[in-house]
Design a protein around this ligand. Structure first.
Ligand SMILES: [Mn+2]
Length: 335
């Protein structure tokens, strides 16, 4: 029977995967809920988590959140042992100022190994809040490209960001280096050209410094066969402050930079996280956190609380005033 003139919208099934460890389950819950909450009505996500240690009860907890929204499936894929042969070869940068890199960080480069059923997939970090539907990502033209991502808006301004690259890699990547956070992966082309082998070569090559780990691996291996997605798919909370600096330059136009803040699709807490610092949009993140009834876990315990950060500031101020006072007393006494 005809549906009386109403156009039935066909359901768009979109595969998307995430990689994180047991400590990141709570941030992942915020990310998952916001993704599904902002999804258009005709979008259904096939969600996957590649992991090595997420506990059963936490898997159930995330699955319940996804089922409550009803517009997605969630599957956990255990990756234990996958990277054993080269994980401890010392070529990774395990710590940055705000985050720790785990085996799960590198696994995300190898989506093609875990999802033979797909020709294309979206990858996303979980230190994010989705603030809009992102299904248009799945439609972008990927021909001749291995990966599409957001071009790093800071590499022109902070030249040291790419200073670790070998000259031959820098030459190819200086205008093309994509950030982590959100990627569209052309799994078919990655498999057809055996990019996986190239990535393993990059990992094993001790002369290649992997300062940004997963990002360096894919950027170097792809050799510039990369597509770009708009900057509002990674709205950086601290970009607005940088824009106030007259010396700030970027490959993006002023309009694109501001648009990424005014119309964000994904807010990415790439540097400071709401749980260890107080970046912009932290309130929105904590609102999701409390709404979902999330509890504190290891990452929250290890990170300094807001109070401790404030206390540290005052301690510094106190100590520097003390030095000044002592210096003044010395000048008075000893002339
Ligand atoms: Mn991130």
């Amino acid at each position: 029977m005809l549906d009386n003139g109403s156009v039935s919208m066909s359901l768009k099934k979109i595969p998307i995967f995430f990689t994180f460890d047991n400590n990141y389950v709570e941030p992942a819950a915020v990310a998952f809920y916001s993704l599904l909450d902002k999804a258009k009505e005709n979008v259904f996500y096939e969600m996957y988590v590649l992991h090595s240690d997420i506990m059963e009860e936490k898997q159930k907890f995330l699955t319940d959140i996804v089922h409550k929204k009803g517009n997605a499936n969630l599957t956990f894929v255990n990756t234990n042992g996958f990277l054993d042969e080269f994980w401890n070869n010392g070529s990774f940068n395990f710590k940055s100022s705000n985050s720790t890199f785990t085996v799960d960080t590198i696994v995300r480069c190898f989506g093609s190994k875990f999802f033979p059923q797909y020709e294309k997939i979206i990858y996303s970090d979980v230190d994010v809040i989705f603030t809009d539907d992102i299904s248009a990502l799945y439609e972008i033209d990927m021909s001749e490209k291995y990966l599409a991502g957001v071009k790093n808006p800071f590499s022109k301004y902070s030249r040291h960001e790419l200073s670790h690259l070998k000259p031959e890699h820098y030459e190819i990547l200086k205008d093309k280096y994509i950030a982590g956070g959100i990627w569209v992966m052309n799994l078919k082309k990655i498999r057809d050209d055996n990019l996986e082998e190239k990535m393993v070569e990059v990992i094993n090559d001790k002369t290649i410094i992997k300062r940004w780990n997963d990002q360096d691996i894919v950027n170097i291996a792809c050799g510039g066969k990369i597509g770009f997605i708009p900057l509002n798919y990674i709205s950086y909370p601290y970009l607005i402050d940088l824009l106030q600096n007259p010396k700030f330059t970027s490959d993006y136009t002023r309009e694109e930079l501001y648009n990424s803040i005014i119309n964000p699709k994904i807010i990415h807490f790439a540097a400071s996280k709401p749980w260890n610092s107080d970046p912009k949009y932290s309130n929105l993140w904590w609102t999701y956190f409390y709404y979902l009834g999330l509890g504190k876990t290891k990452i929250f315990k290890e990170m300094p609380s807001k109070e401790k950060i404030k206390y540290k500031k005052y301690k510094k101020l106190f100590l520097s005033s003390l030095v000044v006072v002592v210096a003044l007393i010395c000048i008075i006494i000893f002339g």
